[in-house]
Design a binder for this molecule. Structure first.
Ligand code: SAM
Length: 241
């Protein structure tokens, strides 16, 4: 099944055992992927459900529901200050591949970017493509950009970590036994200029623990990849035992 193409569909496209394909999906399946009527592909609703489907003109007939077990056992929210330019595209792509459930872009005190309204749609499309590519059952939710304080106050996670490149903080790797305790995880990554003292204080006052990712200063794009790799490795090794 792994070699079949996966495409995300909306649950509203399914009726009477068929998926009504949008013009964009037909173009992608027939023109880009060069599939033909009768060929099979995997349809995913981005909320945990996969189906094996067979193309038939402008619809796809559902052959069977598939079980998929590629999601992490714990929800992870990445709170990330927006880096300059298009760098957040890479944050969305990589963190989706690594298994995040939710991405919260934040405008912090030192954020330089003022995102255009089209950015959210662009990030949602990148997350969808990355979820298809990495065989995820779920597509992460991308929240609209919000202030740092708003993101911190709206965190529901039980385990909250603020990655901070300066200071003598415990390494995230050493915190991982705590992560195996059931709950949800939030990880916050700062912008190129780092967090301000006021932001760090506010996060700590709201239950965040400062953590290190090592002695080297990582780029705002590299830091989420490193933090998520540490956390997902810990979660998956606990789940495997
Ligand atoms: N200009 C900041 C400085 O000199 O400290 C560096 C900011 S860094 C480019 C962007 C963000 O990545 C930081 O705010 C932090 O969240 C995260 N980060 C980078 N390296 C880190 C490290 N070694 N430990 C913890 N967090 C790190």
């Amino acid at each position: 099944m792994a070699q079949l193409q996966r495409i995300a569909i909306a649950p509203s496209q399914i009726a009477n055992g068929q998926i009504t394909l949008t013009c964009g999906q037909q173009h992608y399946l027939y023109r880009v992927l060069r599939l033909q009527s009768g060929d099979r592909f995997i349809a995913m609703d981005g909320m945990g459900q996969w189906w094996l489907a067979q193309l038939k003109d402008t619809v796809a007939v559902i052959i069977q529901s598939l079980s998929v077990a590629t999601e992490l056992p714990t929800n992870i929210t990445l709170i990330a200050a927006l880096p300059k330019g298009n760098a957040f595209d890479e944050v969305v792509r990589c963190s989706t591949e690594l298994g995040v459930t939710c991405i919260a872009p934040v405008l912090s005190d030192r954020t330089l970017l003022k995102p255009s309204p089209q950015k959210l749609q662009r990030w949602q499309r990148i997350a969808q493509e990355a979820a298809e590519q990495s065989e995820r059952a779920c597509i992460p939710t991308i929240l609209p950009p919000a202030t740092f304080n708003h993101a911190i106050l709206n965190t529901t996670a039980t385990h909250r970590y603020l990655c901070e490149s300066r200071g003598n903080h415990p390494h995230l790797q050493n915190i991982t036994p705590e992560i195996s305790v059931p709950g949800e995880i939030a990880i916050a990554i700062g912008p190129e200029g780092g967090w301000t003292a006021a932001e760090i204080e506010f996060a700590i006052a709201n239950g965040f623990q400062c953590v290190s990712l090592g002695k080297r200063i990582l780029r705002a794009v590299t830091a989420p990849i490193v933090a998520l790799s540490i956390v997902t490795a810990a979660l998956e090794s606990v789940a495997a035992n």
